[in-house]
Design a protein around this ligand. Structure first.
Ligand code: K2U
Ligand code: NI
Length: 182
């Protein structure tokens, strides 16, 4: 199982790398990576398991964070209707996004960043993406609000970007005009 020891921390070059697509059809190894990443998120959200293994709660994870140069991400979070959304996607691609942006008023954190970095992280409020699920089907996902934010945070990890790259250094806590907090 994936534990915090497997998660690389800021400064590791892989967090600043545009990582490679995985070959299709998905290999058993890559299917297992997807399964393990999804399981990590579920474990991190189970208070008993998280306490037992010292897991920080995560709602998303990208393969570079566990040291893998692979375009694989997993998301497991409740949407604005309280529905649990969970995805594990290989070779995800953003297809379109809203002009409208949003942000988490409390800012963002990262499993690969130990310290708090306060600041507004502008994100698209809606986005459409596709990717290959663990069965190898090309699936299309439309996400909005919090789930859209999580996907953008994970997609950034596949492109060597960190959440704090989006924070306005001159005015970190000032929401840009016209942006609606989540
Ligand atoms: O990629 C990661 O480091 C996992 C992040 C993803 C994330 C952070 C902020 C906003 C959206 C996604 C972790 O989930 S950070 C911990 C966390 C837990 C619950 C809610 C928000 C952040
Ligand atoms: Ni992160």
């Amino acid at each position: 199982m994936i534990t915090m020891e497997d998660i690389i921390t800021d400064g590791h070059p892989l967090l600043r790398t545009v990582v490679d697509e995985v070959p299709l059809p998905l290999s058993d190894e890559d299917k297992n990576v997807m399964k393990e990443m999804a399981e990590f998120l579920a474990n991190s959200q189970d208070p008993k398991i998280a306490k037992k293994y010292g897991l920080r709660e995560g709602v998303g994870l990208a393969a570079p964070q566990i040291g893998l140069n692979k375009r694989i991400l997993a998301v497991r979070a409740e949407d604005s209707n309280g529905e649990l959304c969970h995805y594990a996607l290989a070779n995800p691609k953003m297809l379109s996004h809203s002009e409208e942006k949003t942000f988490l008023p409390s800012g963002e954190g990262c499993l690969s960043v130990e310290q708090d970095i306060p600041g507004i992280v502008p994100r698209y409020r809606r986005l459409k993406l596709n990717g290959y699920d663990i069965e190898g089907n090309l699936v299309e996902v439309k996400a909005h609000d919090f789930i859209a934010i999580v996907f953008q945070h994970e997609l950034d990890h596949l492109n060597g970007k960190m959440f704090y790259d989006h924070i306005d250094k001159a005015n970190p806590l000032m929401p840009p005009p016209g942006m609606i907090p989540l």
